[in-house]
Design a protein around this ligand. Structure first.
Ligand SMILES: [Zn+2]
Length: 371
């Protein structure tokens, strides 16, 4: 919904760098937090009903979270958070039809809209856990969004891969698990994901990565085994490759990049599964890195492939991500149910472009946030 492209790159010059919170209280008085503890009523955000069935997913162990408590709701004025993190105050871009704000650091610019979970980071769509609120004439964000979405992008240093350059590439589906199929001729997703991975592997190896594929042939691999495979190979990164379908709709189009939903937030996509906010998977230990990896790959893929931006999204039902012990993302590289995109996906040149976009992003040990 946001169309800030022309504005954000002007706005970037308005913002200062970003640092960790100050040790001393700022001299300027800060606006109050808006939470259940300061006497202001907290908005009630409904939790989905619980059920006992979570098909296709491994059993979830909640050693410290057995009663699934509701998330602590604390809303904070964005201007207060910015002051605490030593970055420039949010800047009102537009008041109509709804207020839109920009906040930036040397890493880039985030554009936020009151009442919308869609936000724009350096020109690409990301999705918040909660809609920004307009309170006391200014923008307030949920504490989890500040912690899990804004801080990793605006304040964290560039993503470092260190010396363990081991990556697991996961061609989606395989064998009896065919995935979706092309609207043009019925060719199967599993074929295209494997080809994408085979093109990507040598490019990454050229860049110094040790690459392992969860499958190198048309065989069935259980989702849980794909996570175990990454553990066994001590992966530093995990990338799962897929193509999308909205059949019978032939119009839906674009690129999506998924990472696991942080604990306490609702997902962008549920696809009929339960979405328990209190679930805490092993991959939640990498929330910040997941997002950093996702935005970089998503931006590079959009630039290279020229697809519509459907955003960096959050989901819990993607079992290949939940149990990973390293930064992990899942890419949906276009719609096989859309005739135009199916034609692209069926072209080897396009799959080569998708591979090159990923390899270029992972070319160096340090990837700048504004890459
Ligand atoms: Zn798939």
């Amino acid at each position: 919904m946001l169309k800030p492209a022309g504005i954000i790159f002007i706005a970037v010059f308005l913002f200062a760098g970003c640092t960790t919170p100050p040790r001393h209280a700022p001299t300027e008085p800060l606006p109050p937090n808006w939470s259940a503890t300061n006497g202001v009523q907290t908005p009630q955000i409904p939790q989905p009903p619980r059920a006992n069935v979570k098909t296709n997913l491994p059993p979830i162990v909640h050693p410290t979270n057995a009663i699934h408590p509701a998330p602590v709701i604390t809303w904070t004025a964005l201007s207060r958070w910015a002051a605490e993190h030593k970055i420039g105050a949010p800047h009102l871009l537009s008041g109509q039809p709804v207020a839109t704000y920009a906040i930036g650091s040397t890493n880039g610019v985030m554009v936020l809209e009151i009442g919308s979970r869609e936000a724009i980071w350096n020109g690409i769509e990301i999705n918040l856990g909660f809609e920004p609120q307009f309170i006391d004439n200014q923008i307030f964000l949920h504490g989890l969004d500040l912690q899990r979405n804004l801080e990793p992008l605006l304040c964290d240093p560039p993503l470092m891969f260190g010396t363990n350059r081991v990556i697991v590439i996961d061609p989606g589906h395989g064998g009896s698990n065919t995935g979706t199929h092309s609207v043009l001729d019925g060719r199967l997703e599993k074929e295209f994901t494997l080809d994408w991975a085979r093109r990507l592997a040598p490019l990454l190896e050229t860049n110094g990565w040790q690459v392992f594929l969860t499958r190198t042939d048309d065989v069935y691999v259980a989702n849980s085994d794909r996570a175990v495979f990454a553990d066994t190979h001590h992966a530093a990164l995990f990338i799962s490759l897929h193509f999308n379908s909205a059949a019978p709709d032939q119009k839906q189009a674009g690129l999506e990049t998924y990472c696991l939903t942080p604990t306490g937030m609702s997902s962008t996509l549920i696809r009929g599964y339960n979405d328990f906010w209190s679930d805490n998977f092993s991959n939640n230990g990498y929330d910040a890195e997941n997002l950093q990896l996702a935005v970089r790959l998503h931006a590079a893929l959009l630039r290279t492939a020229g697809l519509e931006d459907r955003g960096v999204r959050r989901a819990r039902f993607m079992a290949v991500l939940d149990d990973q012990h390293c930064p992990a993302v899942l890419i949906e590289g276009g719609y096989l149910s859309n005739p135009h995109e199916a034609k692209l996906i069926e072209s080897p040149e396009f799959r080569q472009k998708l591979a090159e976009a990923i390899a270029t992003t992972l070319q160096w040990n340090v990837v700048p946030l504004n890459h």
